[in-house]
Ligand binder design. Structure first.
Ligand code: NAD
Length: 258
């Protein structure tokens, strides 16, 4: 049996903003192995970018659907549309996060109530809401994978409110894994190393982080979208059928350092 078999699996990929997005690296891999990829986007600008890159993938089974994770109505509409069009959902890539720029620049102690709630809502609660909306269509079981970062487990300079949101995201992932395991749905997180993307631009000390990882990580280099996408294939496929509730690091081993 080919445990990496993804042909004709319906996978929802949330969070492609442009070709640098981690989610785009993942989607590309999924298309290469024959999966049907349902892209969700928040902004019209992202929709345009997704449709543009998909011009090179015209023979593939794809869909592009609006889903703003800050809105219950938008999530419900998106998943009922996906259910209608594809029937069964086999996997979800949750690669979505956002915090106000000032909450990453200011001292953590100055985080506002609104900024804290917004980061949590967008970056952590969204996983719960999405899992609940997708559940009725995951009738054959499946795999939900979210994207985390080391700043959810350690204090990293400039990650601030997003670090707290990632901590909540990883805890939510474990509670969802416990809740949905009986339905054959696995829930995991990939904690990626620093990768230059649109979201990373908001982290003030990003260049310093990249240099530090290159100099000190066990593999002495930074990771990239492709390495994360390869691990995502493992986590979405039956290769990882015994794994749930886990945070897997794809970060050149940086997280093991003291
Ligand atoms: P990105 O900016 O390309 O992707 C972030 C996505 O989140 C965008 O597509 C954006 O549209 C989407 N998003 C934000 N608010 C949304 C909303 N309300 N509704 C729907 N979508 C919304 O950046 P990325 O680096 O590819 O980030 C993807 C994930 O990977 C994030 O969870 C990020 O925290 C995580 N991550 C990134 C790095 C890194 O260094 N780049 C490292 C570890 C983890």
């Amino acid at each position: 049996m080919d445990l990496l078999q993804m042909k004709d699996k319906n996978i929802v990929v949330m969070g492609v903003a442009n070709e640098r997005s981690i989610a785009w690296g993942i989607a590309k891999k999924l298309l290469e192995v024959g999966a049907n990829v349902i892209f969700t986007y928040r902004k019209e600008r992202s929709k345009g970018k997704i449709e543009k890159v998909l011009e090179n993938y015209q023979d593939y089974n794809t869909a592009v659907i609006e889903c703003d994770v800050n809105s219950d109505e938008s999530i419900a509409r998106a998943f009922s549309q996906i259910g209608e069009q594809f029937g069964v959902i086999h996997g979800i890539v949750h690669s979505v996060a956002f915090a106000h720029a000032e909450d990453l620049k200011n001292r953590f102690v100055e985080t506002t109530r609104e900024g804290y709630a917004f980061a949590q809502d967008t970056s952590a609660y969204s996983l719960v809401a999405v899992a609940n909306a997708a559940r009725p269509f995951m009738t054959e079981g499946g795999s939900i994978v979210t994207m985390s970062y080391l700043g959810g487990q350690r204090v990293l300079d400039g990650y601030n409110v997003m670090g707290v949101a990632k901590a909540a995201l990883e805890a939510a992932m474990r509670y969802l894994a416990a809740d949905l395991g009986a339905d054959g749905i696995r829930v995991n997180a990939i904690s990626a190393g620093a990768i230059r993307t649109l979201a990373a631009k908001g982290v003030p000390s990003f260049n310093t982080i990249l240099h530090k990882i290159e100099e000190t990580s066990p593999l002495k280099r930074n990771t990239n979208q492709e390495e994360v996408a390869d691990m995502m294939l493992v986590m979405l496929s039956a290769l990882s059928r015994g794994v749930t509730g886990e945070t897997i690091f794809v970060d050149s081993g940086y997280h093991i350092l003291g």
